[in-house]
Each structure stands twice: as C-alpha cells, then as structure tokens.
Ligand binder design. Structure first.
Ligand SMILES: [Zn+2]
Length: 281
C-alpha cells in the first residue's frame, strides 16, 4: 500500500512538474523567419483601414486596370487581356478552389466571389486571385507543366504586379498585397510546423496574428481535419504556393522562362515589392 501511495505521489509530482512547472520556466520558442515576417506584415495591415471592395468589379474594371501591369512589370513582352468567367464550382471545390485557367485567353474564378450571400463576397483578397490567374494566362513558366514552377513563379509575379499598382497609388492593391504576403508567410510557417510536428506551436503563433478570432480558428481546425488523410497533398500545396515563394522573394528577383517562352531562364526583378518591404513602417 505504501509503495502504491508513493507511486501515486510520484505520478502526481511528475504531473504537476510537466503540467504546471515546466511551461513557466521554459523559454518560449523563438519565432521562425516566416513567422517574424508574417508578424511584421500583420502589424502594417493592422495600421490600415480595409478598403472598400466591390466584387462585381472583378468582372471588368479590375482586369482592364491590371492587364497592362503584366507587361510593365516585365513578366511578359506581349500584352495580355484575358476574359474572366465566373463559375459555380461543384462539391468541395466550392470551398477550396479560388480559380483556375488552361492558360488561354480566359480564366475562371469561383462564383462565390460575386455571390452576394457568400462569405467570400466583396473580399479584398479575391484581387490577388484575379491577378494570379491573369499571370498564368501570360504563358512561359507561368504556365509550366511542372506545377511547382508554374504556381511559385505565378505567385511571385502576382506580388510584383500588386506592388507595382500599389506604388502607383492603388490602395486596394496595396492592401491585397500585404494580405497575400501575410498569407504566404503564414502558410510557410504552417508547412514548417507540419514538418516538425509542432502544430500547437503554430496555433500559438496564429493566435498572435488573429487574437480571439474564434470563427477563423474554427475554419483552420476544420481545414486541418479535412486534410488529415491527405497530408502529402497539403504539404505540396503549401510548398508550391507559399514556401518556395517566401524563399525566392527574399532575393528580390526570380528566375523564369518568360512568355512567350524560349526555354531560356530570364530574371524578373521585384523592384516594386522590395521598395514596399524596405519602406514598410
Ligand atoms: Zn495557380
């Protein structure tokens, strides 16, 4: 009996040691480079008022304004002017696919963006989706068979187009750019957390960005449950749309076979993006 009591006491002592004492004395994990970047962008976003955004302008006004920037930012030597088509995506694509294109003269966006009863309606982040799909249609490596090349180059091109528009005084593009940069850095941090099996650490970091936002947290947890059986696919998505992009944007330039594409790699200088990052307060 005595030995049993001692074991219980030992068990309780270790429980208290692990449960209460250690967290007090252990230093909290330092933020990764991606997490620090996300926190920096988040601070800049918090200082801004979210601009008004009219979803139906995605159909015509925004494409007309954006298209010339693809050439001006030297993503292509050819003018592009693709048509945008809104499509109701069936099944779970409704919740997970923002847009797609076959890289011709048209691209397709999720109809939720212009469905006025949808939570996606009038969301400024849809502007980044619009630019992303437009950049794909330019061709070259933006439409490469290798989807990691295609998506990461397209993301980098999207950031530079939004930055170019922002530096010309477009406050909506500026907001959408910062929102997208924060998303890319957060998804890079999520991939790191999945690889190091430290999702709780990521949740703590996430709470710094969206403190007390219970619905957003619920959406995140739901997506983790949704992807639980397809972790390899999720990691591939996080890598090609975010982690590779986050790494390459540090250089302020990226390599791509530019449209129309001759197989040679050219360099795109992300001068507008660098200007914004250097002058971010
Ligand atoms: Zn894409």
């Amino acid at each position: 009996m005595k030995r049993g009591a001692a074991l219980v006491a030992l068990f309780l002592a270790s429980f208290f040691a692990v449960g209460f004492v250690l967290p007090v004395f252990l230093p909290s994990k330092p933020y990764s480079q991606a997490e620090q970047f996300a926190l920096r962008i988040d601070k800049a976003l918090d200082a801004l008022e979210e601009p008004e955004f009219e979803a139906f302008d995605l159909a015509l006004a925004w494409p007309l304004e954006i298209a010339p920037y693809l050439q001006y930012e030297r993503l292509t030597v050819q003018p592009v002017n693709p048509a945008v088509v809104f499509e109701p995506f069936p099944g779970d694509r409704h919740a997970h696919i923002a847009g797609y294109t076959f890289c011709g003269n048209e691209f397709f966006l999720n109809l939720r963006y212009i469905n006025w009863i949808s939570s996606w309606y009038n969301d400024v982040s849809s502007l980044a989706t619009l630019v992303h799909e437009m950049v794909h249609t330019a061709g070259g490596d933006f439409c490469a068979w290798n989807s990691e090349i295609a998506e990461s180059r397209t993301q980098l091109g999207t950031l530079e187009v939004l930055a170019g528009m922002a530096n010309h005084g477009n406050v909506v593009a500026y907001y959408a750019l910062l929102d997208e940069l924060r998303e890319i850095a957060m998804n890079t941090a999520l991939l790191e957390a999945l690889q190091s099996n430290d999702l709780d650490g990521y949740r703590e970091f996430r709470e710094q960005i969206f403190p007390g936002d219970k619905m957003r947290a619920a959406r995140f947890e739901k997506s983790m449950r949704y992807w639980a059986g397809e972790m390899i696919t999720l990691k591939q998505i996080l890598k090609k749309y975010s982690a590779v992009v986050f790494e390459d944007l540090q250089d302020g330039k990226f390599k791509a076979d530019l449209p129309p594409g001759d197989g040679d790699q050219d360099t795109v200088f992300m001068d507008d993006l660098m200007y914004i990052l250097e002058n971010l307060s």
